[in-house]
Design a protein around this ligand. Structure first.
Ligand code: HEM
Length: 420
């Protein structure tokens, strides 16, 4: 009998109930690292679970394409790829040479040096949010996922993308609809099926257009030193980007940056609450915070998987993959591969080396890595320097999503010092 028909690797409900299926990933890595998945609900695909294979596929963007799509959809879901949001192509769904041309529009803004300009923003936002939690007494309870992990990157990304404070809540809602449409609290609040999917996608596209279009128009007239201005005035091959392409760039930076950072922070706080000895290490030696952030990204793997499509017939570990077939790289599995990590199921803030694939690898390696690191380091710095007591105040709950994966609720009880 086959280890799995792949349903539980993609079914959002399975992740809501139990989080990522690490036991199944381990079996697949050991016994069937290129595993054919075929079930009644989802499109068929090959599951790739070993770190080395994920890296090798990611380094061959001409053979394993992103342009045909990056997620596994339900069979027969009629998302229109010709119109509206469905037709919008962003860097993450492009292949070379086009991909490199588009990536160049924003990449200078994301280098470590360029990211220095957000230092004050991230430190200020981290300070403000931890101050708010501390309140008068320093003690309290909160849902770290909602109150901190979601609110903090929202503030940072809204600032660099020019979204006014009063529209942050709308932005958050739209991002949730995009990434967790099946989650009853975060998503569309109704069953998504053939009858309503297209309509919901169209509405979401209009809402996003209405949010970003005034910002794009403003930054064309009055460019500033922010990412919003870089994108509004971006050129590809010497020509201005088209309206859908420009909108798509706003959308991908916001959406790719928000939920990932949020899930990393929320899962990271759960891990620190459950491993007090690791939090102690950070308190004793805060210079470990950058390494803790890498471990949190490995541990939480917010981007669970990415799909590619074979451009021609090929073979991997003796399995014949035909042109047009899908391969799905499970980063969460690569990040627990004992060929690469000592003791992969242990959370260690001082793990070194840590060659995780949480930010992907190769051609599509995360554009926002330095921003993601800087943002998380700033919050952890603030947190670690002030936290005196920390424990879970209830059972964390998982989001109903198998693509960008993490917690929607992490109740904690804490005691914070006043801060310097
Ligand atoms: C902990 C936080 C983050 C994680 C775990 C993460 C993870 C990833 C991963 C795995 C990919 C590779 C996608 C692929 O293989 O096709 C990726 C791509 C990308 N990420 Fe991130 N990301 C994070 C934060 C951010 C931030 C803060 C931004 C921007 C504000 C961002 C923007 C992007 C973009 C634009 C791409 C597409 C790059 C391309 O296709 O060339 N990410 N990210």
């Amino acid at each position: 009998m086959s280890i799995t028909d792949g349903h539980e690797l993609i079914a959002a409900e399975a992740y809501a109930a139990n989080g990522p299926p690490h036991d199944l990933f381990a079996k697949l890595r050991a016994d069937s690292p290129v595993h054919h998945c075929d079930n009644e609900i989802y499109e068929p695909y090959w599951a790739i679970t070993r770190h080395a294979d994920i890296c090798s596929i990611s380094r061959q963007p001409d053979l394993f394409l992103s342009d045909p799509g990056i997620i596994i959809e339900r069979r027969g879901m009629p998302i229109d790829r010709q119109e509206g949001l469905g037709a919008m192509k962003t860097v993450i769904e492009m292949d070379p040479p086009k991909h490199r041309e588009f990536r160049k529009v924003a990449s200078p803004w994301f280098t470590p040096r360029a990211i220095n300009r957000v230092d004050d923003i991230v430190k200020g936002a981290a300070r403000e949010i931890v101050d708010r939690l501390a309140g008068e007494t320093g003690e309290g309870e909160c849902d770290f996922a909602m109150d901190v992990a979601a609110a903090y990157p929202l503030r940072v990304l809204s600032t660099i993308l020019g979204v006014p404070v009063e529209q942050e809540a709308t932005m958050l809602d739209l991002t949730n609809q995009l990434f967790a449409p099946e989650d009853s609290e975060l998503g569309w609040g109704e069953e998504v099926d053939e009858s309503n999917a297209q309509e919901r996608v169209m509405k979401l596209g209009m809402d996003l257009f209405n949010l970003f279009n005034p910002i794009i128009e403003d930054r064309r007239k009055n460019p500033r030193d922010d990412l919003a201005s870089v994108l509004a005035n971006g050129q590809v091959n010497g020509e201005p980007m088209g309206p859908l392409e420009t909108l798509g760039y706003y959308l991908i930076t916001f959406t790719a940056g928000h939920d990932t950072t949020k899930n990393s922070l929320a899962g990271g706080m759960r891990a620190l609450a459950e491993h007090p000895e690791e939090l102690e290490k950070l308190k004793r030696d805060p210079s470990l915070i950058p390494s803790a952030v890498e471990e949190i990204v490995r541990w939480t793997s917010p981007v669970n998987y990415m799909r590619r499509t074979a451009s021609r017939d090929t073979e991997l570990h003796g399995k014949k993959i035909e042109a047009g077939e899908f391969v799905v790289m499970f980063y969460a599995s690569g990040n627990r591969d004992d060929e690469v990590f000592d003791d992969p199921y242990t959370f260690k803030v001082d793990r070194n080396p840590n060659r995780h694939v949480g930010f992907g690898h190769g051609e599509h390696y995360c554009l926002g890595t330095h921003l993601a690191r800087r943002t998380q380091c700033a919050l952890l710095n603030e947190w670690v320097s002030r936290i005196e007591e920390l424990e879970l105040a209830g059972q964390p709950e998982w989001i109903t999503s198998s693509f960008v994966v993490g917690h929607k609720h992490v109740p904690i009880r804490y005691k914070l010092s006043k801060g310097a």
